[in-house]
Design a protein around this ligand. Structure first.
Ligand code: MLT
Length: 266
């Protein structure tokens, strides 16, 4: 089921009485990145995903986004759909949102799944890269920015693999509203560092990382996992930064195992 509430495009499948999983996509993508996970899980779980403001079918408005406003949207969805301690699953920018959700309202969640992300804020180098990205969009358009950015998110073997919808993902992202893409860049650039909160995350956590992830490499994500008490870390073979799309079979198996262990009987 698809609805637009509070100007956010929200997608639900599965029975609402089942345990809810709330999926947050990465940048510059949309809810479609979770398609394979939802297909696998919807018979046993209530799966909810949405398009972050400015991406996919969620309008950009004036593009004045902050990480805090993205967390407000998660809180809105939880309240609107009366979700009872959903498992929060975020990839990369979705992970930045998820980590801040933990810091702000951990008690509203039953579990946490982080794919290819980190709790640290942008350093100066990363901030300058974001600024350059905004300049590229202003001077040469969103297609040029997306065409430069997206290939770095996938392992080369995935780009060459016809079974992986790389071109579909790339073409979709090239059509996004430049105001929305720039708004997300600014929200990431100005986000806070949530790493000091890691030791206070007590809910069951699964940390997933592609073996060829260049943006948040396995050695970095392993350290993040070690700082969370109740956490498991897995490396996904044959994948870069976009694990749910690049190796859905492996990711689905890991998520299912994690859910069965911590939410038995659901
Ligand atoms: C993402 O996949 O969400 C982005 O790579 C995050 C980022 O640019 O920091």
């Amino acid at each position: 089921m698809y609805t637009i509430n509070n100007k956010i495009s929200i997608y639900q499948s599965g029975e609402p009485q089942n345990k809810a999983i709330l999926f947050i996509h990465g940048f510059p993508y949309d809810h479609n990145m979770w398609q394979k996970q939802i297909e696998e899980l919807e018979s046993s779980y209530h799966c909810i995903t949405y398009d972050i403001r400015g991406l996919g079918a969620s309008p950009a408005g004036n593009g004045q986004f902050t990480m805090e406003s993205f967390v407000d949207d998660v809180e809105f969805i939880i309240n609107e759909f009366k979700l009872d301690k959903p498992v929060l699953c975020g990839l990369s920018m979705g992970g930045y949102i998820a980590f801040r959700c933990m810091e702000r309202m951990q008690d509203k969640f039953g579990g946490l799944i982080i794919c290819d992300s980190k709790p640290e804020a942008d350093n100066n180098e990363a901030k300058l890269r974001r600024a350059k990205g905004i300049k590229t969009i202003n001077m040469e358009g969103v297609q040029k920015f997306v065409g430069d950015f997206v290939p770095g998110c996938f392992a080369q073997s995935s780009i060459n693999n016809p079974k992986i919808p790389y071109n579909e993902v790339l073409n979709r992202s090239m059509k996004y509203d430049p105001v929305g893409v720039k708004g997300c860049l600014l929200a990431m650039l100005s986000r806070t560092d949530t790493s000091s909160y890691l030791s206070q995350i007590k809910i069951p956590t699964l940390i997933i990382c592609g073996e060829n992830d260049k943006l948040t490499p396995p050695e970095v994500m392993k350290l993040t996992s070690e700082r969370i008490t109740n956490s498991e870390f897995i490396i996904v073979p044959e994948a870069g930064h976009m694990t749910p799309i690049e190796n859905p079979k492996f990711v689905n198996k890991a998520i299912t195992k994690f859910l069965m262990k911590h939410f038995p009987g659901i």
